[in-house]
Ligand binder design. Structure first.
Ligand SMILES: [Zn+2]
Length: 360
């Protein structure tokens, strides 16, 4: 996989390729940003590029796009040599992957001490094993050793504290990469010892383009991308049929009759059956109402929910923009209430009462 396959993260990729090329790799990085935007992919690419046997580390002066200005950049890993293949499989002895105790135990890569039930955390025993085990030894075969902690925020406080000294003074030719979708959960003392690399949510258009390249229809790609919050990983994991069913639910909400209270109570019961489906319904309603605003503004930008375009255009003509904004606020308030553990049915009902009866 070439560096260019990592889409939409030009700054993060450029910084790491340039550090590889100049041999100025930091001893500890914190890759922070939403799930599914390429953090773990870049960590693996960097480990491969640093250990690849397939030729010089530097790309030709022109390089390929993405790093800009003819700066030196690491060339792509070859993907064929022993180190590249082992790193892709997760079996390279100098590229160590640390994840939650439970996940590693299930994969047969870690056994909790004294028959303890493995936890959801990265625990202090794992960190001590790493420091007193692999990191205390010489490198086996690699040019540069990597420790990839993913998700780093799964480290409990003791585990983080046990890692501090190593973050400050790691063994020679060793880089630690902390990967996290919630870097704010890490101790400030851990964060401050890492070079922080920020990953941004992807542009929905970029997500849609990649989904098209994966063989999704234009319709599916647009719908999944508009709901993805910029996470390609999320969009790729969605079943198109489920997405279509969710879209039908929004269509139903758009058609609710303000004077038929029984129909919207039924809607709230139906969509509020569980927290997750209520959350998804609210997310879609938000996208739909944004479409209504886009249609009202006469914007040349396409609507996110193309299937619902006739409905959103009709709503755009029927409702005043302030009314659409008010409903949008209602959706956001319901989402916020749901996050704070409100009962899903009540959150939806309250939202609909607000929509149709102006209650706050
Ligand atoms: Zn290689």
């Amino acid at each position: 996989m070439p560096f260019s396959s990592l889409i939409g993260q030009d700054r993060a990729r450029g910084a790491l390729r340039s550090a590889l090329a100049r041999a100025t790799l930091h001893h500890a990085y914190l890759f922070g940003g939403p799930a599914g935007v390429g953090k773990a992919t870049l960590a693996r690419l960097v480990a491969q590029a640093a250990n690849c046997e397939g030729g010089p580390l530097l790309a030709p002066p022109e390089g390929e796009g993405g790093t800009g200005g003819g700066k030196p950049a690491a060339r792509d890993p070859c993907e064929r040599c022993g180190p590249c293949r082992k790193i892709a499989r997760g079996t390279h002895p100098d590229v160590l992957l640390v994840s939650e105790e439970r996940v590693m135990a299930r994969a047969g890569r870690y056994e909790p001490k004294a028959g303890r039930t493995p936890s959801r955390d990265i625990v202090v025993d794992q960190v001590r094993d790493l420091i007193d085990g692999a990191l205390a030894l010489k490198r086996f075969e690699g040019r540069w050793r990597f420790v990839i902690l993913d998700p780093a925020d799964a480290m409990n406080v003791q585990a983080q504290n046990a890692l501090l000294k190593t973050l400050e003074e790691p063994p020679e030719q060793t880089t630690l990469v902390l990967v996290s979708a919630k870097p704010e959960l890490l101790l400030p003392t851990v964060r401050s010892r890492c070079a922080q690399v920020a990953f941004a949510p992807l542009d929905p258009a970029v997500v849609a383009e990649r989904l098209r390249a994966e063989g999704r229809s234009a319709e599916e790609a647009r719908l999944a991308a508009s709901l993805s919050g910029g996470s390609l990983g999320w969009a790729l994991a969605q079943d198109p049929r489920t997405l279509a069913a969710r879209e039908a639910a929004v269509a139903a909400a758009a058609l609710l009759d303000p004077d038929d209270a029984a129909s919207w109570i039924a809607f709230a019961r139906d969509r509020g059956e569980d927290r997750e489906s209520a959350r998804e319904c609210l997310e879609l309603l938000e996208v739909y109402l944004r479409d209504v605003l886009v249609a009202q503004a006469g914007s040349p930008v396409g609507l996110a929910l193309e299937d619902l375009a006739p409905r959103s255009r009709a709503a755009a003509a029927a409702l005043a923009p302030e009314e659409v904004l008010r409903r949008l606020e209602g959706v956001r308030a319901a989402s916020a209430a749901l996050k704070q553990n409100a009962a899903p049915v009540l959150a939806l009902e309250h939202m609909l009462i607000g929509w149709f009866h102006g209650a706050r």
